[in-house]
Write a protein that binds this ligand. Structure first.
Ligand SMILES: [Zn+2]
Length: 275
């Protein structure tokens, strides 16, 4: 049996953008235009003060702007720590504070339960991972590109496929959507970056072309990071009899599986019996 995603789709595609700068607005417009879903990782201790001229502080959003942009956007808000420190270089008590206070602020201001994260500077170690667990963080993205499409072994070290500036970005995209591609073992394409890089590098066209290429594909589920995490957890919770004729889905989400030529939906809380 192999995982199928929502509505039986064999592949999933997600994006992850860090730091909450003003360019997120233009980036989200591109994602929305092409029906893509993303996660935005935010430092709630670095919003530009409401009464300050933007030029003094670079490109961070004001809290009011962030709320207008992200709330009810269909995209995910996730932790990126309060002030963007190297989590491996500060004391554990400070790291706990950086994560839990960011989570608390984001949940209060954006009125949503926040369970995802991206590591500032991509740095982590076993101690930091332990702190994430204690803070109720379900997954955390690194900056280690794999060039692959595997589901993560460990969600607290969630390695992306590539950064958007990767010279192979479009090669990966073409491989991923190729109908001959062996998606059963490699179903997840994951791209990350910072939206301010498109202004800095003068290359918004890269994302525009990539998003257009990736959009509207029948065999791809477009989802935020946490949607994919929750779906995979639901899939992993399936209880299957040895002869595979009975499958129980104890989760609160409908789940799809592939068995031979068959794609089977098991509704939330239901048991199916097959001949
Ligand atoms: Zn960052």
């Amino acid at each position: 049996m192999y995982i199928r995603f929502k509505d039986g789709k064999p592949r999933a595609f997600t994006l992850s953008y860090d730091d909450g700068t003003v360019q997120d607005k233009r980036l989200m417009d591109i994602f929305d235009k092409y029906g893509l879903k993303a996660t935005f990782n935010i430092n709630s201790g670095r919003f530009l003060p409401e009464n300050v001229e933007r030029e003094q502080y670079g490109g961070n959003l004001k809290l009011s702007e962030a709320k207008e942009l992200y709330i009810n956007s269909g995209h995910e808000i996730a932790v990126h720590t309060l002030t963007h420190p190297f989590l491996t270089q500060i004391k554990s008590q400070e790291a706990i504070d950086e994560i839990i206070e960011d989570r608390r602020n984001l949940e209060r201001e954006f009125q949503t339960i926040v369970r995802g994260m991206a590591y500032p500077y991509g740095t982590y170690n076993d101690d930091v991972i332990g702190i994430l667990r204690d803070c109720g963080i379900c997954y955390s993205r690194t900056v280690q590109s794999t060039g692959g499409f595997y589901l993560p072994q460990n969600w607290l070290t969630l390695h992306p496929t590539c950064h958007h500036n990767d010279a192979k970005l479009m090669d990966y995209a073409e491989t991923f959507v190729d109908t001959n591609y062996p998606w059963r073992k490699k179903p997840l394409f994951y791209v990350w970056g910072h939206s301010f890089e498109f202004d800095r590098d003068g290359n918004w066209n890269i994302m525009e072309e990539f998003a257009k290429f990736m959009s509207g594909r029948d065999n791809v589920w477009y989802a935020t990071n946490i949607e994919i995490y929750d779906y995979v957890k639901a899939y992993n919770s399936l209880q299957v009899s040895i002869d595979k004729k009975m499958i129980y889905n104890p989760s609160a989400a409908d789940v799809w599986v592939e068995d031979g030529d068959e794609v089977i939906m098991i509704r939330a809380g239901e048991t199916i019996r097959r001949n």
